[in-house]
Design a protein around this ligand. Structure first.
Ligand code: PMP
Length: 441
């Protein structure tokens, strides 16, 4: 039946389907870190719904929370009305947030997806500041919607949201490796920070002060590139100085993934706006924007949406957040991440196709490079996307699910559940070792 299902899906679904092509399995059951396919095989899931499943699949606490709502007879869909489930979710969320932000913030339920929340955050910043521009970084990923509001006719809601490159200024993200600007390490950090400062403060920069600066504390889809702590602190200081709201996109980095509760915690930075999705809904669709109360300048109905009150997602999210806090899973992610990074670094001696190993906590990436090529001026070997694809396939054939990312789609990304057990981490490393041997020339 698996082959039949895969073939039918290929025939019926859009050509844009992606994961189903790279990972031709038919999941029928899942528990913890494992997915069982229709072929009866078990797969270690190091993709976790693109980093969504912080507690792995079907965690008992999450299932119990969902069942409780289902069995209680509570309404499952109520737009954004007040409910006990939402009240409880909001309390759990406030417990987890950085205390400086939680002390005086507002919570906006933005819709089911991370992209919804990014759009809401930008629109909020535009409304609050009366400005239009947005600064974002090279390598950034914030979602796939292209300003749905640009198509909308109602001026009042549309005005602060009109999307498009005309309002976007793209800034260089400091890149530690294969820096596209030829500036590695501290040099790149300093140059990027100075560039932002110049755009905001130099009357000859030719760039208007923007409504917001949007940043990922660790770029995920961009190839698992952590923002250097000092650089993020400089960005915070500069934006604060010029009254520009700093939006941290914590869709992927939030809730323990990077070894601290939020990605910005590594730098000790408190953003003005935090965009949350993925783990915030415990595996069900939910997205939230949290921001300093003083930015709450939009009028009633300025930002609406039908599916902003998913009760099951809120229940699953509350259970997930509480479990992450109670079990200190952020610290566990930090510890496991370090252990995995140490082993991967050791593997580099045996596997020259392993380039830079990056990431934080259980958000890890390794560049797959061509060891036979000539390094560039900064000592980086060229990316090897074909080898990376073969590696992903070799991993899958050995029962490990992982994805690729980065500018050349040559970064193998690992996003296992935060609940990954020690023996599962060992299994992952052993399998990776074998898969690397299999693709070595
Ligand atoms: N921001 C970041 C940092 C993301 O990683 C993603 C999704 N990978 C998004 C936004 C968009 O989220 P969604 O796919 O739910 O729209």
């Amino acid at each position: 039946p698996a082959a039949k299902i895969l073939a039918r899906q290929a025939a019926r679904e859009s050509a844009a389907r992606t994961y189903a092509r790279h990972l031709p399995i038919v999941p029928v059951r899942a528990q913890g870190s494992w997915i069982t396919g229709a072929d009866g095989r078990d797969y270690l899931d190091c993709l976790s719904g693109a980093g969504t499943l912080a507690l792995g699949h079907n965690h008992p606490a999450v299932l119990a929370a969902i069942r409780e709502v289902l069995d209680s007879g509570a309404p499952l869909h109520v737009l954004d009305l007040a409910t006990p489930v939402k009240d409880d979710f909001t309390s759990a969320l406030l417990e987890a947030l950085p205390p400086e932000l939680a002390a005086d913030c507002r919570v906006h339920f933005a819709g089911p997806t991370g992209a919804d929340a990014v759009e809401a955050a930008v629109k909020l910043a535009r409304t609050a500041t009366g400005r239009r521009g947005v600064f974002a970084f090279t390598g950034a990923y914030h979602g796939m919607t292209a300003g749905a509001l640009a198509l909308t006719g109602a001026n009042a809601v549309r005005e602060p949201a009109v999307a498009g490159d005309a309002f976007l200024t793209r800034l260089p993200f400091p890149h530690p490796y294969r820096c596209p600007f030829g500036l590695g390490g501290a040099l790149g950090e300093g140059a990027s920070a100075a560039y932002v400062r110049t755009l905001l403060s130099d009357p000859h920069s030719g760039t208007a002060v923007p409504a917001a600066v949007v940043v990922e504390p660790v770029q995920g889809e961009g190839g698992v590139v952590p923002a250097p702590d000092g650089w993020l602190r400089a960005l915070r200081a500069t934006t604060a100085e010029h009254g520009v709201p700093l939006i941290a996109d914590e869709v992927q980095t939030g809730f323990g993934r990077t070894g601290t509760l939020f990605g910005v915690d590594h730098a000790g930075v408190v953003p003005d706006v935090m965009v949350l999705s993925k783990a915030v809904g415990g595996g069900l669709p939910l997205a939230v924007v949290v921001y300093r109360a003083e930015l709450d300048r939009w009028s009633e109905g300025a930002h609406t949406g039908t599916f902003r009150g998913n009760q099951l997602a809120m229940a699953a999210g509350a259970a997930t957040i509480r479990h992450i806090l109670a079990e200190n899973l952020a610290a566990r992610a930090a510890e496991l991440g370090e252990r995995l990074t140490t082993r991967l670094t050791r593997y580099q001696a045996r596997h020259p196709l392993l380039g830079q190993i990056r990431g934080r906590g259980l958000m890890l990436g390794m560049e797959i490079v061509d060891p036979h090529a000539t390094p560039d001026a900064l000592g980086a070997l060229p990316a090897a996307p074909l080898t990376a694809r073969r590696l992903r396939a070799e991993l899958l054939s050995r029962g490990v699910i992982a994805e690729l990312g980065g500018r050349h789609a040559a970064v193998l990304r690992l996003l296992p559940p935060l609940t990954l057990a020690d023996d599962e981490a060992d299994h992952l490393m052993t399998t990776l070792h074998q898969a690397l041997d299999a693709v070595a020339d």
